[in-house]
Design a protein around this ligand. Structure first.
Ligand code: ADP
Ligand code: MG
Length: 703
């Protein structure tokens, strides 16, 4: 496919975007709708009716036959239920195409099978989806035809959040309100709105689909449960930023085409550290749209890969021993008139505000490090975080040289006159140096790094929604802003109060700042000395959601009620247990039905060979030793298998909840490792022709 692409024409072709709305909606309706989109005014039914009709006509022109409320329940995936636009046939047997305002605004999927963590009593299993009109509707085309997708939030009958989007929208409101309060204090009277902006870098692996289909572990769990390391791994770093091979380039081209059509501004693509690993990143947009777009990116990667005879692996650790995949959540705060509140700025006055904001963020991250860590907790991410590979499980903030320098001065000199890099400066904070952007962000190991004019949270797992981490970032920053606003609104001398606050926060929260190598052993010890939490696994991270501090935080800003938090805890434990259970059962299945029979066939061959050699009167030591080694490992495998079966049965019989999840984490995961060890050694012994599945080498180097 080397057809020319007209990107400008293609871009947003399948999106019911502002341009289409302006062209097609009556002026009054367009204005009304914008009051909802921009100011959060409730949408009136009349407006909704007109919008729905126009949206339907547009979608039908695009070839759509169905519409769906597209939402993100707590399964980690998106969900949809398709409804055709048709009405009941009339007497003559003809149908009309219809889509009402009601259908646009509210959907009622049968919600009983989505995880709710006890929020929906059984007598009221209904759930509602509600249109998020700040994220545009789009027409998605695939084998199923063209479908109008309406981004929605998903709630219970009583309004409890059952999804990722609802709390995200609530947290955006919280941070918006507190940010406005703050910038008003600093004299900004013109900006009307502050929105978190997010750009998500997405990592993934691409393997050959035929080979993928021969790996039951990849099919069932998304990762390899067995697999010996190939002779070559990523040690040469020859893949990172290397030339993209034609087959992959063709795939990326089609991914981009599809994304652009859907209004996702896919911008950057490159090879990643591991062989067969790649990355794609769009240009940043409003937080909730970025979360939706990231879901679209993941869906598109998978779909287009299949069309190319490839398989996209989004798991955090598809292969042991090679780099895993994550996503980087780049976050900043932008006003409606285009001011980035994290931009260091040119005048001391602006720097003043900037510094306070940075200190607030330090406070937020320090105070709620456990929540941030929890937001990145995910079954697959347990293989990455803290496992001596991108980022450590300890939360810290990287500020970069310039900011660090300013902070050090602030802490050591307080209000006194001081100088920076030999330059004479006026009093303390009032005359802050003009920070220029760091030319390079040299620190790649920090989980929360200031990179010029944004913070980059690098812990999120590749498969996970970015909604969770943004809910946390938005809310904890809202809290820190509200605290300083409480003080500043009462201050007699504003400038002095700001100065004191900056100093106070810097001193109090400097422990969260770390500019060194986050992968090092020393950091683990140092972090412990500083009293920073080091939460090593998902199971240990979950309780952070329901500490008194968390309940108070989320309650204060109306992001989560206690009941919602408790339900999420329950869902996470259950989700963890289910995922590990599937992994363990898959291992058991593969080991007993595929690996052990293959090893026995191999052993019989070797025995035959040894006998024949012996009968011929020659030295059969080599095949005999091979046979001994093989059968020894075979019996180790058998024993480990029995143990894993027993542990998994025990775990599965336990009541769902914390204890069960912990058992899976401590016992079942360990038993899985024990089974994997002899099998991976056997893979190195057994004839390649006999081995029942493609090897790491086949998967990683022969795409
Ligand atoms: P990196 O050095 O991490 O590769 P890039 O400049 O390529 O940084 O940006 C990575 C992601 O960050 C992109 O999605 C980009 O759009 C996004 N980004 C850039 N500036 C901002 C900002 N001010 N706020 C939020 N995201 C941003
Ligand atoms: Mg980055």
């Amino acid at each position: 496919m080397s057809d020319k692409m007209n990107v400008a024409e293609l871009f947003g072709q399948n999106v019911f975007n502002d341009k289409i709305m302006r062209e097609r909606l009556p002026k009054k309706v367009y204005k009304e709708l914008h009051k909802t989109i921009d100011d959060g005014k409730e949408l009136d039914p009349m407006t909704a009716e007109v919008v729905a009709g126009v949206m339907k006509d547009w979608a039908v022109e695009m070839g759509a036959t169905h519409y769906t409320h597209w939402f993100q329940p707590l399964t980690g995936f998106t969900a949809e239920k398709h409804d055709a636009f048709i009405t009941a046939p009339d007497k003559e047997g003809s149908v009309l195409l219809e889509f009402s305002g009601k259908e646009l605004i509210k959907g009622e999927p049968d919600a009983s099978s989505f995880p709710s963590g006890g929020l929906r009593a059984t007598f009221e299993a209904r759930g509602y989806t509600a249109w998020d009109c700040t994220s545009p509707a789009f027409v998605r085309e695939d084998e199923a035809g063209a479908i109008l997708c309406i981004p929605t939030a998903f709630c219970s009958y009583t309004g409890d959040a059952l999804d990722q989007k609802t709390p995200l929208l609530r947290s955006m409101e919280a941070v918006q309100k507190q940010s406005l309060r703050l910038i008003r204090l600093f004299g900004n009277t013109t900006s009307r709105k502050v929105t978190p902006s997010v750009g998500v870098e997405q990592e993934y692996f691409i393997v050959d689909r035929k080979k993928y289909l021969k790996r039951k572990d990849l099919i069932f769990t998304g990762r390899t449960l067995f697999g010996a390391m190939p002779p070559k791994g990523q040690e040469l770093d020859d893949h990172y930023f290397g030339v993209i091979r034609p087959k992959i380039a063709a795939f990326m081209r089609d991914v981009n085409r599809e994304l652009w059509k859907l209004g996702v501004s896919s911008k950057t693509q490159h090879n990643e550290v591991a062989p067969a690993q790649h990355e794609v990143a769009p240009i940043y947009v409003q937080c909730n749209v970025a979360a939706d777009h990231n879901q679209i990116i993941m869906e598109t990667l998978k779909r287009v890969a299949e069309e190319h005879g490839l398989q996209c692996l989004l798991h955090e650790k598809p292969f042991a021993g090679v780099n895993g995949s994550g996503k980087h959540n780049n976050w900043s705060l932008t006003t409606d008139d285009g001011i980035n509140l994290l931009e260091p700025g040119k005048t001391p006055h602006e720097n003043f505000q900037f510094l306070l904001i940075i200190m607030c963020i330090l406070r937020a991250v320090d105070r709620h490090a456990d929540l941030l860590r929890e937001s990145a907790a995910d079954v697959g991410n347990d293989h990455r975080l803290g496992a001596n590979e991108a980022p450590p499980a300890i939360i810290s903030v990287f500020l970069g040289e310039q900011l660090q320098d300013v902070m050090t001065q602030l802490i050591s000199t307080g209000t006194a006159t001081h100088s920076l890099k030999g330059e004479r400066l006026h009093t303390g904070v009032k005359t802050l140096p003009d920070f220029t952007k760091d030319a390079t962000d040299r620190n790649r190991t920090s989980p929360f790094a200031f990179t010029g004019n944004k913070f980059e949270f690098r812990m999120v797992g590749s498969r996970d929604s970015v909604a969770e981490c943004n809910v946390v970032i938005n809310t904890i920053v809202a809290e820190a802003f509200s605290e300083v606003c409480d003080v500043l609104e009462k201050a007699e001398d504003f400038e002095l109060a700001v100065h004191d606050l900056i100093k106070e926060l810097a001193v109090k929260h400097q422990r969260i700042v770390f500019n060194g190598n986050g992968y090092s052993e020393e950091w683990v010890a140092e972090a412990e000395r500083r009293g920073l939490p080091n939460i090593k696994s998902m199971v240990e991270a979950i309780p952070a959601l329901v500490t008194d501090r968390a309940v108070e935080l989320f309650g204060k800003f109306g992001v989560f009620t206690r009941a919602e938090l408790e339900s999420r805890v329950e869902i996470q434990y259950e989700g963890y247990a289910k995922a590990i259970n599937i992994e363990a059962r898959s291992m058991i299945d593969i080991a007993s039905k595929h690996i052990i029979p293959a090893v026995m066939r191999f052993a019989r061959n070797v025995a035959g060979t040894a006998n024949e050699i012996k009968q011929a009167g020659a030295d059969a030591t080599v095949p005999m030793n091979l046979l001994r080694e093989t059968t020894q490992l075979l019996s180790e495998t058998k024993m480990a298998l029995a143990k894993l079966e027993e542990m998994t049965d025990t775990a599965a019989a336990m009541p769902a909840g914390k204890e069960q999840a912990e058992y899976y984490h401590r016992k079942v995961c360990a038993a899985m490792e024990e089974l994997r060890a002899p099998v991976d050694r056997l893979e190195m012994l057994v004839d390649k022709e006999e081995w029942p599945m493609p090897s790491y080498g086949d998967l990683l180097f022969e795409v």
